[in-house]
Design a protein around this ligand. Structure first.
Ligand code: SF4
Ligand code: SF4
Length: 356
């Protein structure tokens, strides 16, 4: 197992992992904490909503944002939209979030991963704790790193092929209206609320792996990250180094969580770049490392953060105002299903059942 100890720039590296603010990157912490706060409120609301459904009580708010945790369903809704022109209102928030994430990927690389994604935040916390424990970053040797890097693309290809090639428009339409899909958010809640020993062990092993190898889940397994990585080389923004100004101090490479040799490149086009801007913030010079755009103007990390905030949260606000956020599934249907139970394999299999 290879080790990456950042001897070139221990102060900067330690500052990052101790959470000290560096040149506007407190914005990234703020962005991650905002997501965490929103998700916490959503989790409490959703638990209360399901509790009221179970007990047949009125009230409760179903936070539509929970659909963001149904990426496969969102991909299916995306194909349905492309194929039929119809924007499915079964889980519209999931589709809106997918579109916004893809939009940020095209404009701002994988910034979603490092500025918004809660799993990215969890991975970063684990990486920080590991650094406090071991004082070094562990990087897998190339012969193991490269094959593992391909895993998330294989998972993505599997899902993309299943949805975009194998499923006919009719099968897509039927899937969207299945009872299974209509309560997928509630089933997901029960999955975590009543987690099985096998699932708990799986989550624990992934957390342990992400502790030992920084960003293990994000770097090797996350299909959402793979999808955004596809946009990497085509994204409108990129990290650009000016060799004439650069002093080859290596500080940018030393802090890169994706182990990219920033100090050896002119443009960082790697699909593994998560747009965290740690490299730009760590560069001691003003013009050696910048966030470049095709229009030749440069973005500061602060402007990058504002653009991401406006795109993502503004997009959600527009979806809410224009009626593309709340599901059209009536509350009485959800109550009926929850009280009847969601365990019937006939009614809640992927391609069976129907609501009467
Ligand atoms: S190249 Fe820069 S922006 Fe990209 S992951 Fe590395 S540190 Fe973050
Ligand atoms: S781009 Fe900046 S941080 Fe990176 S090697 Fe050059 S001077 Fe150092």
């Amino acid at each position: 197992m290879g080790m990456f100890s950042n001897k070139k720039n221990p102060d900067r590296f330690n500052n990052i992992f101790k959470g000290k603010p560096v040149k506007g990157l407190t914005l990234r912490r703020g962005s991650q904490l905002l997501t965490l706060a929103v998700l916490t409120i959503m989790g409490i609301q959703f638990a209360d909503f399901i509790n009221k459904l179970e007990q047949g009580l009125p009230g409760g708010v179903r936070p539509a944002g929970v659909e963001g945790f149904l990426p496969i369903g969102a991909l299916i809704s995306l194909k349905h939209w492309f194929a039929s022109g119809e924007f499915s209102m079964v889980h519209p928030a999931g589709l809106v979030i997918l579109i916004l994430v893809l939009g940020t990927g095209f404009l701002l690389r994988k910034a979603f991963c490092s500025w918004i994604c809660p799993v990215g935040l969890l991975s970063e916390v684990l990486a920080r704790v590991a650094h406090l424990t071991f004082k070094i970053r562990i990087k897998l040797p190339r012969w193991l790193d490269w094959p593992l890097l391909s895993l998330k693309y294989i998972i993505l290809i599997f899902f993309a092929h299943s949805i975009f090639i194998q499923m006919s428009p009719q099968a897509i339409r039927e899937f969207i209206e299945l009872p299974y899909n209509r309560v997928a958010d509630i089933k997901m809640f029960y999955f975590f609320a009543h987690i099985t020993p096998f699932a708990a062990w799986t989550v624990a092993i992934l957390a342990l792996l992400s502790y030992l190898v920084p960003y293990f889940w994000c770097r090797y397994l996350c299909p959402y990250g793979a999808l955004l990585g596809v946009f990497g080389p085509f994204s409108l923004t990129r990290i650009k180094r000016t060799p004439e100004s650069c002093t080859d101090c290596g500080k940018c490479s030393a802090v890169c969580p994706s182990f990219i040799s920033v100090d050896k490149k002119i443009n960082v086009l790697s699909p593994e770049c998560i747009g965290c801007m740690e490299c730009v913030a760590s560069c001691p010079l003003d013009d050696a490392l910048v966030i470049a755009t095709p229009a030749k103007f440069k973005l500061t990390p602060r402007a990058f953060a504002i653009a991401l905030f406006v795109l993502f949260w503004g997009g959600i606000g527009i979806a809410q105002m224009t009626g593309y956020w709340q599901s059209n599934i009536p509350r009485h249907e959800l109550q009926h299903r929850v009280q009847k139970g969601l365990d019937d394999p006939v009614e809640y299999g992927h391609f069976r059942g129907g609501y009467e």
